[in-house]
Each structure stands twice: as C-alpha cells, then as structure tokens.
Ligand binder design. Structure first.
Ligand code: ZN
Length: 121
C-alpha cells in the first residue's frame, strides 16, 4: 500500500461536506460515491425483543443481542442535500429521511417524550 493519494477522484467535482469523513477514490463505483459521516449515534432499544444470532445453526449456545438503531448522515455525490439514515443493526429496518422528514421525526419523538413524561402515576 502506498501513500494515500491527496488528489480528489475524477468524479468528485465539488468538495466534501464538512461532516464527511469517508475516503474517496477513482475506483469508487457509482453506488459507492457517497459522503458519509463518521459521526454515528447508537440507540439500544430496551423494550424490543432481543435478536437471536445465527450461531444457533452451528450447534453452539444460543446468543442474543439487543435491537440497536444507528443514526448517521449520508449524501450521494450528485444529491442536493444529505439524508439522515436510520438502520437497525440486525437488518430489521433501514430508513432514509430527508432533512425535513428527519426534523419532523425529531419533533415527533420530542413530542412523544414530552407527552410520556407529562403523565404522572
Ligand atoms: Zn465525501
């Protein structure tokens, strides 16, 4: 492996967004030409059933992992704005939201949290 090439790839005609930490190269296929944030938030969903791992097929003990949702920012190199990505670690769901949709989701989550906290037992 040689020194990293500091020249931008031929297909990248604009600079990366400030939040992009991905290495881009001439060899990137079209679907891989994406700006991706290193920033990620992982949220363990404590009230969801755990996910049974594939080790059951090997005869070893059954293993479980909690459902975990990751949030990050991603933008295709020809898209006009980034989208917020939500994905469950075990493939239970993959979501792509526009900034406006993510904002509405955040507001809905904030409202739901506020509503839930307003109820006293
Ligand atoms: Zn980038």
């Amino acid at each position: 492996m040689g020194k990293p090439d500091k020249r931008p790839p031929y297909w990248l005609v604009e600079t990366c967004p400030t939040w992009c930490d991905k290495f881009h190269g001439d060899e990137d296929l079209v679907d891989d030409r994406r700006h991706v944030s290193r920033w990620r938030q992982r949220i363990v969903l404590c009230t969801m059933e755990p996910v049974r791992l594939a080790s059951l097929a090997t005869g070893s003990e059954v293993e479980f992992e909690p459902c975990t949702v990751q949030v990050w920012v991603e933008q295709g190199y020809r898209e006009i704005e980034p989208r917020i990505r939500l994905e469950e670690d075990h493939g239970l769901g993959l979501f792509a939201l526009s900034l406006d949709e993510a904002d509405r989701l955040a507001q809905a989550l904030a409202e739901a949290v506020k509503l839930g906290r307003s109820t006293t037992l």
